[in-house]
Design a protein around this ligand. Structure first.
Ligand code: MN
Length: 743
């Protein structure tokens, strides 16, 4: 195969007009079976509006621009299987973006539904064409956001992308690479998920043509050379099956399809094999023209006929008749040993199933557009799920994208509720994912599950066929470590939402405290003043400031050094707040930095957070753990989560040790059990705050049958201080036990 040379465009005006009309007629022919009364006029109006709007524009190849929307409309109808309204949108898809035509014009002429879709298409191209500094990930998120409006937006966008990929030759090399990578990264997976397998393959092949030119050409060439040999083999394989099917009176189609260039290349890469070992891979497809009520039985009948001739590989049989894929794909796949010891995959399906397989969600959408009552499909569920994720306002874009992509690609498992309802989840989903798939409120309160009547923890990985009952408790709250084992995007985003909400609640206390303190120095809690404080304490947001105040990481001591002018705060000049002590001189750090520094082996400064699950304090035996989204977290080595983290994610563990620092206090708790004695509380508090000058954050005492149990929260600087405190308390008469609280 030679490099495609760009054909010089050299038609005169008359020829050009003919060419445009020819394409327009072809579109009408494709639409013909669907045209209802008045539709032809609508399509014409759209065509004229677009042709007029683009009349002075040309594509990079030199062609009149209108040929592009015409081609996109043609693909939308013929290859994706959408109808009249979608074709109209395709014709108009670039008008609002690139020409004088406004959204209002479109709405006036064609109504709100079409205007909305055109608007969605405009939004997408705005995202893609903008050369702003936004990252690729953010762009993709925006693309996906438009998907939430109407699935037809993304279907037409795929048609647009397919046509652009087919005509990519005239673009600059740089553009080719950019567009091709975008295509592999998001459009091909989307097409796959939407069930548009043919389009997905073509997009991947076209992208490879530009990103790996040499490999692409080589494989294409060798496929061509081996075509005759392959055809002969397919015919030999098909022959006996065909004869029996005819004898039995089936209406059917049978043919062989070679694998796409991209998938052959993938095999060569991932399996480390030679072209010779994979080039003859192909699938045989049998499509039965049979009534809906007989299709399942007939597919199995065909299976039986095939296996009369060829031996099946039991572990490579896929029954998507009984359990369709979540994107709606139904078929029966069997891999058999063909002549010459070659494995051959045979795909058996009915015409209706084939329609779904080739047009995917579009077929579904078409049935829906025809106003037939279609049961809510798996696709709708998937779509709802994507919409939910997209609607959660925060969610880190990169995380989101990774989740989204992993959801696009993963294989699925089928699990059941106690009532026998089917749920489809990605492979490796946990009991907690299942809980969130039922409802976020169920997930948030989940404390465990029964899988096939056996009690299992939240992190238990489910398998196909499991029956799962979720156990909830009203006292349960989502915790950070849940994010370490949930898999589904829905669970992740709901947990993050809940954690944020929790943080917000805690922060409210900090806010009140701050307001009181400000009141005290006669400054108002104005936006201006809050921002001054946020900056002074180097917090990312007011919420973080309030939160840090609430959990006493910020004690507002420095507030006294602020000047108050009117009711405005003016931060103190950055002079030395205290005389540096000689021994800490060599690694003197400012107070606010100190809160964020520990030293690993390299003694680099690293930002970290203390894990909520074990609340380490300086002096504890700790290790650092690099989390996917929140940087370094410090856990105690005896943290309940430590074993799991160390075992599974050894590579993410960082050695850490504490720096002596007397300026920061850490909240920790003790449980004291002892004889209920008059004055015991006084003795305890006297030791803590009187003798050791340790701040108490909270104290509750309950007494029962001569014993008391006290929960004490204190601020200590490090483990030495805590140990000393424990020792002193143990010295009191009648104390039975003192334990550190884990949370
Ligand atoms: Mn376009």
């Amino acid at each position: 195969m030679e490099t495609v040379t760009v054909q010089k465009y050299n038609l005169d005006e008359e020829q050009e007009k003919k060419e445009i009309v020819r394409h327009y007629r072809a579109l009408l022919r494709a639409l013909k079976p669907r045209l209802k009364k008045g539709d032809r006029e609508l399509v014409r109006t759209a065509f004229e509006m677009a042709a007029d709007a683009h009349k002075d524009m040309r594509r990079k190849s030199g062609e009149p621009y209108i040929l592009h929307p015409l081609a996109v409309a043609q693909i939308t109808v013929e290859e994706i299987g959408l109808g009249v309204r979608s074709a109209i949108c395709a014709l108009l898809h670039d008008t609002v973006e690139d020409t004088e035509v406004t959204l209002e014009d479109v709405e006036r002429e064609f109504g709100t539904e079409i205007a909305n879709i055109v608007n969605g298409l405009t939004k997408i191209s705005n995202v893609i064409d903008s050369n702003t500094s936004t990252t690729q990930a953010e762009n993709f998120k925006k693309i996906l956001l438009t998907l939430a409006d109407d699935p037809r937006v993304i279907l037409i966008k795929l048609a647009d992308r397919l046509h652009n990929m087919r005509t990519l030759d005239s673009m600059s090399r740089e553009k080719q690479l950019k567009i091709a990578s975008e295509t592999v990264f998001i459009y091909a997976p989307l097409a796959h998920r939407l069930g548009l397998y043919i389009i997905k393959s073509e997009l991947e092949d076209l992208a490879m043509k530009y990103t790996e030119q040499d490999k692409y050409r080589e494989i294409a060439k060798r496929l061509k050379e081996t075509k005759r040999e392959r055809t002969r083999y397919i015919n030999e394989f098909i022959k006996p099956i065909k004869e029996v099917l005819q004898e039995e009176g089936y209406n059917f189609e049978i043919y062989g399809r070679p694998k796409s260039i991209h998938s052959i290349w993938n095999k060569i890469k991932t399996k480390g094999v030679q072209f010779e070992e994979v080039y003859d891979l192909f699938a045989i497809r049998i499509i039965l023209d049979t009534a809906v009520e007989k299709e399942k039985a007939d597919c199995w009948k065909v299976y039986s006929i095939i296996t009369d001739f060829y031996h099946p590989s039991p572990e490579r049989t896929r029954d998507w008749l009984s359990n369709p894929k979540s994107n709606g794909y139904e078929a029966l796949h069997v891999t058999v040993m063909g002549p010459n010891g070659k494995w051959v995959e045979v795909q058996i399906r009915s015409k209706r199933m084939n329609d779904y397989a080739e047009k995917g969600v579009a077929a579904h959408w078409r049935y829906k557009e025809g106003n037939q009552t279609v049961q809510e499909s798996k696709f709708d569920q998937w779509f709802t799920q994507i919409r939910e994720i997209l609607n959660s306002p925060d969610s880190n874009t990169l995380d989101f994208l990774a989740d989204f992509k992993s959801n696009l690609f993963t294989e699925e498992i089928y699990v059941y509720t106690p009532k026998g309802d089917l749920k489809i989840l990605p492979v490796n989903s946990t009991a907690l994912d299942f809980a969130y798939s039922i409802h976020s409120a169920v997930g948030n309160k989940c404390i465990g599950a029964k899988v096939n009547y056996k009690l299992v923890p939240l992190s238990h990985k489910l398998r196909s066929g499991d029956q799962v009952e979720i156990i909830t408790s009203n006292k349960q709250k989502p915790s950070e470590d849940w994010l370490n084992f949930v898999l589904t995007a829905k669970a992740k985003s709901k947990i993050k939402d809940a954690l944020k909400e929790e943080k917000r609640k805690v922060a409210m206390d900090g806010k009140e405290l701050l307001e009181r303190k400000l009141d005290h120095i006669k400054a108002s809690a104005s936006q201006y003043n809050i921002n001054e404080l946020v900056q002074f304490y180097k917090q990312p947001s007011p919420l973080d400031l309030y939160y840090q105040i609430a959990v006493k990481n910020i004690d507002l001591k420095e507030l006294k050094q602020f000047h108050v002018l009117g009711d405005k705060l003016e931060p103190p000049k950055p002079v030395k707040v205290h005389e540096p002590q000689p021994e800490e001189h060599h690694k003197q750090v400012s107070k606010k930095d100190a809160e964020l520094i520990i030293f690993g082996e390299s003694s680099d400064k690293i930002a970290y957070k203390l894990a909520n699950c074990c609340r380490p304090i300086p002096g504890d035996d700790v290790f650092g753990f690099v989390t996917a989204s929140e940087g370094l977290k410090i856990h105690r080595t005896n943290c309940p989560n430590a074993a799991q983290l160390l075992a599974h994610y050894g590579h993410r563990v960082v050695k850490t040790k504490w720096v002596k620092n007397r300026e920061i206090s850490f909240l920790t708790g003790l449980r004291i059990v002892g004889m209920d004695d008059v004055g015991v509380i006084h003795k305890i508090t006297n030791i803590i705050s009187g003798e050791l000058k340790i701040n108490i954050a909270g104290l509750t005492i309950e007494s029962k049958e001569g014993l008391f149990e006290g929960l004490i929260k204190v601020f200590v600087h490090d483990k030495d201080e805590l140990d000393e405190l424990v020792d002193r308390l143990k010295g009191l008469e009648g104390i039975q036990s003192i334990n550190r609280l884990e949370d």
